[in-house]
Design a protein around this ligand. Structure first.
Ligand SMILES: Nc1ncnc2c1ncn2[C@@H]1O[C@H](COP(=O)(O)OP(=O)(O)OP(=O)(O)O)[C@@H](O)[C@H]1O
Ligand SMILES: [Mg+2]
Length: 366
């Protein structure tokens, strides 16, 4: 098997409105976890449901384990039952009248694959994997939310599908449990070697779970890359903004050298930045940067500016500063329990590697 999942030019158009999924393409090699991340309504669930076969795509091609399961142009549409996938959803889909063990054993009885003499050992193994071995004989109704969600997970793991699809499986849990299960989920998926497609609008979940993250907006996949690349080399201004680079400076491109540009910020001066786009001298540009990447009280070596702190908000573990730079404004975040800088004039450095330039398109990317 060369790919566990291959999606090519996927389109899903519902009866009304714009396409919910609009030309999405990506591959997932066996054993990898890909997370689709994006704001509400961007098409994450629809993409997942097309892979599951619960939604009939309008166009494109989906292959699971190198077998085409959907290609409308050729009239191919394999039913969900024939796709060898597991699914875990936001709501705990467990049978309330059964015990934990009966719930987990259920799919083995009702699938052509699996079952057989070693069904019990498969169930035991899977219960141990999700940490519920001690609860096997309990009715599921006597479990906490997090435990029930682990039953749901065990049920979809027990028959070892090629591909596990997860749609916001942790969003009904409280914050603490969410973080614990998030970390456990990655361990469990990696231990089983299963391929995962995981949908969430929660960045921290995406970063912890994903080998790669695909950021979606308006039915389109904007960038798919390892978390570190999404966070440090956002290919698109929406990706930068959505993952927390909320500061934007406006200017005009003066010069370009490879993937570096120098931008005239007007009264603030000049700034050097990295760009993933074909920006050319004369273009209007925006520079995105994270509040925590700005260094207050430091000048240089590159991108040294002088600004003015106009407001300071001490928050205990960190301090936020509003800084005026020429005729533009920045928010700066410093970690630590001391608010080190007082309002007034201040030197600051915007490290060029943390400054990302994009073509100005007038939108706010929110
Ligand atoms: N059955 C349907 N009929 C018509 N439109 C739909 C249907 N299902 C989804 N849509 C629309 O398709 C778009 C994408 O929806 P989708 O559920 O895929 O978003 P999402 O990214 O999962 O959002 P969320 O984070 O809120 O779950 C939305 O505009 C939604 O209104
Ligand atoms: Mg959804």
């Amino acid at each position: 098997m060369s790919t566990a999942l291959q999606i090519k030019d996927l389109v899903k158009q519902f009866a009304t409105g714009k396409p919910a999924v609009d030309g999405v393409s990506f591959d997932v090699p066996p054993g990898e976890i890909v997370v689709l991340l994006g704001p509400s309504g961007c098409g994450k669930t629809t993409t997942l449901r097309c892979v599951a076969g619960l939604e009939h795509p309008t166009g494109g091609r989906i292959s699971i384990a190198d077998r085409v399961v959907s290609e409308p142009a050729k009239g191919i549409l394999v039913s969900p039952r024939e796709r060898d996938i597991g699914m875990v959803f936001q709501s705990y889909a467990v049978w309330p009248h059964m015990t934990v063990r009966q719930n987990v054993a259920y799919p083995l009885k009702h699938r052509r694959a699996g079952g057989g003499g070693d069904a019990k050992s498969k169930v035991d193994e899977t219960l141990a994997l999700v940490g519920l071995d001690a609860y096997a004989e309990r009715p599921v109704t006597a479990l906490s939310g997090g435990q029930m969600q682990r039953v749901a997970l065990a049920r979809s793991l027990v028959y070892r599908p090629h591909l596990l699809l997860l749609d916001e499986p942790l969003s009904n849990l409280d914050a603490k449990l969410r973080i614990r299960l998030r970390d456990e989920l990655r361990r469990i998926l990696k231990q089983t070697g299963m391929t995962g497609l995981y949908v969430t609008h929660d960045q921290s979940e995406a970063v912890v779970l994903g080998d790669r993250i695909g950021v979606m907006r308006n039915g389109k996949l904007l960038q798919m890359a390892p978390p570190g690349e999404i966070y440090n080399r956002p290919a698109d201004p929406f990706v930068a903004n959505f993952t927390g680079a909320a500061n934007v400076l406006h200017g005009k491109v003066l010069a370009r050298n490879g993937d570096r540009v120098t931008i005239d910020l007007g009264a603030a001066g000049r700034i050097d930045a990295w760009t993933p786009q074909p920006l050319a001298p004369g273009d209007k540009a925006r520079v995105a940067l994270r509040a925590e990447n700005i260094r207050l009280g430091e000048s240089g070596p590159a991108n040294a500016f002088s600004g003015r702190i106009v407001e300071r908000r001490y928050q205990g573990m960190q301090t936020l500063y509003d800084v005026v730079l020429g005729d533009q404004k920045l928010e700066v975040l410093e970690l630590g329990t001391a608010a080190r800088h007082a309002p007034g004039e201040i030197a600051l450095t915007l490290p060029p590697d943390s400054c990302w330039a994009y073509l100005e398109d007038g939108s706010d990317h929110d």
